[in-house]
Design a protein around this ligand. Structure first.
Ligand code: FAD
Length: 416
């Protein structure tokens, strides 16, 4: 069937890229972008970074909107339905439901992302935040401006960025992590510990292997009680314990839901006309030959565009594959990761995690390079991404790393 009406659910990064790609591909039909939040689409990574930084004279930071209202109206000619969460999907009749209203589609891209996991029993307390939305960031920033004693629950990337921001402001900050080693899933146990040590090196208290028993206070958070009975006084508690894909509204729709929306390598859900993209998509990544659901900016953007192109021209749909990439900024360090942390061996090929503020670690699976981590190595990381894409052997990767290290040493010697 020819597509005249494209509907995109989820007005954030992947949804916006879907709209832009559709227009770029010459699609002249109608586009409707449905978003649960009242805001124009905005960028999330700054929310746990620059957005939390203090500004001169107590000024407020700009909200990180991707585009102005005018661009949606005049350039992208898209109908925005913001502040209106989709509540259901009828794939037989090809309509998205918003309460008792219906929005018909010929092609549908679902990009509803993920929601911050909440800590049970804290909903009634002011001063307890997840960090997923602009509204969360505005609340956290205001608390920091007021000098809040900050407890971050969960030493993942977002929580750790919040801790860095609090520390930068000179606030009292404690990070509590239930697992003995933070970031083990994201970077492997050895590198997770090495990265987490950045907290201690920057004077932030990190308590690992300690769950939270309760967060208490009279209407507003006053203390966090740990499993071992220890009490940490707090005016702000930021819960960074991961995110869950936003699929509740799709229950009973006939889409396969299992850790997100299950789709194939073309981001196709198997239901005519329906594609998924971004943090909500659980798809087959042909490059790493595995099923994945990523929560990374770069792949969400690329998937949005790919899903729209495929939805508009299913007969010529192409697979989307990638070497996953993400970055995170803690204190003065930039952490970057490419590939997969599921490895047989992790080897430091440059720098020393105990001494230097800069290092490069490579991840081996069988005899192949499968992942790479750099801390303050921005000129290195994409080189390893290229090697993983080329399916380089471990031997090749080590030889390449040795050459890079020699060159860097030679440059440093000249500079002295
Ligand atoms: P989302 O950005 O989650 O957007 C989904 C949108 O869909 C939301 O606006 C939501 O309200 C809406 N929605 C949900 N349900 C419905 C519904 N039923 N109807 C209509 N709309 C709905 N990645 C990195 O690689 N590096 C970083 O440094 C980094 N930092 C981050 C910092 C923070 C604070 C956060 C929250 C994320 C960060 N990320 C980072 C991850 C990155 O931002 C996400 O991967 C990206 O935003 C995913 O885009 P998305 O469009 O798939 O989903």
């Amino acid at each position: 069937m020819s597509v005249e009406r494209l509907v995109v659910v989820g007005a954030s990064l992947a949804g916006l890229r879907a709209v832009e790609a559709a227009r770029k591909a010459g699609f002249a039909g109608s586009i409707t972008l449905i978003g649960a939040e009242p805001h124009l689409p905005y960028d999330r990574p700054p929310l746990s970074k620059a957005f939390l930084d203090p500004l001169a004279d107590g000024a407020e930071p700009e909200h990180p909107f991707f585009r102005s209202e005018k661009v949606y109206a005049d350039e992208l000619t898209v109908e925005l339905m913001l502040g209106e969460p989709a509540t259901g999907l009828d794939t037989e009749r090809r309509v998205v439901r918003i309460g008792d209203r219906e929005v018909p589609y010929d092609a549908l891209v679902i990009a509803t992302g993920a929601q911050a996991r909440t800590l049970p029993g804290t909903q009634h307390l002011a001063g307890v935040y997840g960090l997923r939305t602009l509204d969360d960031a505005v609340g956290i920033r205001a608390a920091m401006e007021a000098g809040a004693r900050t407890v971050v629950i969960g030493a993942g990337f977002i929580g750790s960025e919040v801790a860095s921001a609090a520390k930068k402001r000179g606030l009292d900050v404690t990070v509590v992590e239930a697992l003995p080693t933070p970031l083990a899933r994201a970077a492997g146990a050895q590198m997770g510990a090495a990265i987490a040590a950045l907290h201690e090196r920057n004077g932030t208290r990190l308590l690992c292997g300690t769950g939270v028993q309760a967060v208490t206070g009279e209407g507003v958070v006053e203390r966090v009680i740990l499993d071992d009975g220890a009490v940490v006084e707090a005016d702000l508690a930021v819960v960074g314990i991961g995110a869950v894909p936003a699929v509740q509204w799709l229950e009973g729709s006939g889409l396969t839901l299992d850790n997100g929306i299950v789709c194939d390598e073309k981001l196709y859900t198997g239901v005519p006309g329906v594609y998924a993209a971004g943090d909500v998509a659980n798809w087959v990544n042909g490059v790493l030959e595995r099923r994945q659901r990523l929560e990374h900016w770069t792949s969400a953007a690329e998937q949005g565009a790919a899903a729209a192109r495929n939805a508009l021209d299913p007969e010529n749909a192409t697979a989307y594959g990638t070497v996953p990439y993400f970055w995170s900024d803690w204190y003065d360090s930039r952490i970057q990761f490419v590939g997969s942390p599921e490895a047989d061996e992790v080897r430091i090929v440059d720098g020393d995690v105990n001494r230097d503020g800069r290092w490069v670690a490579l991840y081996r699976s069988g005899d192949r390079l499968i992942g790479a981590l750099t801390v303050n190595g921005p000129t290195e990381i994409m080189k390893y991404r290229g090697l993983i894409m080329k399916q380089a052997s471990w031997h090749e990767a080590l030889a390449f790393a040795a050459t890079r290290k020699e060159r860097a040493a030679a440059r440093a010697a000249v500079a002295v």
